[in-house]
Design a protein around this ligand. Sequence first.
Ligand SMILES: CC(C)(COP(=O)(O)OP(=O)(O)OC[C@H]1O[C@@H](n2cnc3c(N)ncnc32)[C@H](O)[C@@H]1OP(=O)(O)O)[C@@H](O)C(=O)NCCC(=O)NCCS
Length: 139
Amino acid sequence: MKIVKAKLADSQNIAEMNFRLIRDEGHRNPMNQAQLTRRMKGWLKGDYRACLFQEQGKIIGYCLYRHDEGFAYIRHFFIERAYRKQGQGRKAFKLLLKDVWKGTGFLRLDVLLGNKTGIKFWKKVGFKEYSLTMERKKS
Ligand SMILES: CC(C)(COP(=O)(O)OP(=O)(O)OC[C@H]1O[C@@H](n2cnc3c(N)ncnc32)[C@H](O)[C@@H]1OP(=O)(O)O)[C@@H](O)C(=O)NCCC(=O)NCCS
């Protein structure tokens, strides 16, 4: 696997993967692909960076992250369905640790409580629960 730093021109491709990520993780975000592309462009023009996971010339996933004070914040992490449960996620994460987050003390991310696969994956690669986000409907 190769980790390729994404460019602004990759925004639409990444947003298409983001659309699938939203469904797979069970997020309630209702944005369509055009809206997700616009949002991704804004993020990449700002503080966020993205890396594409390339396997035999094909993009099989991505990670969106930003460097914060004292930690890197992982906003998105995605492996295409056809490539899951083959160790690709773990491989991509290891490469990011080695090449992209080498100077970072901590890594932080949010995972939906309903995303059991996501929780299992992150625990397998060494994450522990750190904080709990709470919400309620206003009325
Ligand atoms: C979570 C995700 C990135 C895992 O990617 P993957 O390539 O399938 O993961 P790997 O094959 O590298 O698995 C690594 C470990 O995670 C665990 N794991 C991965 N998928 C799992 C599943 N469906 N059920 C149980 N454990 C699972 C495995 O036990 C594995 O450990 P092992 O190597 O000791 O067996 C992938 O399922 C995905 O993109 N899901 C949708 C998006 C998402 O939820 N992202 C995280 C948002 S916070």
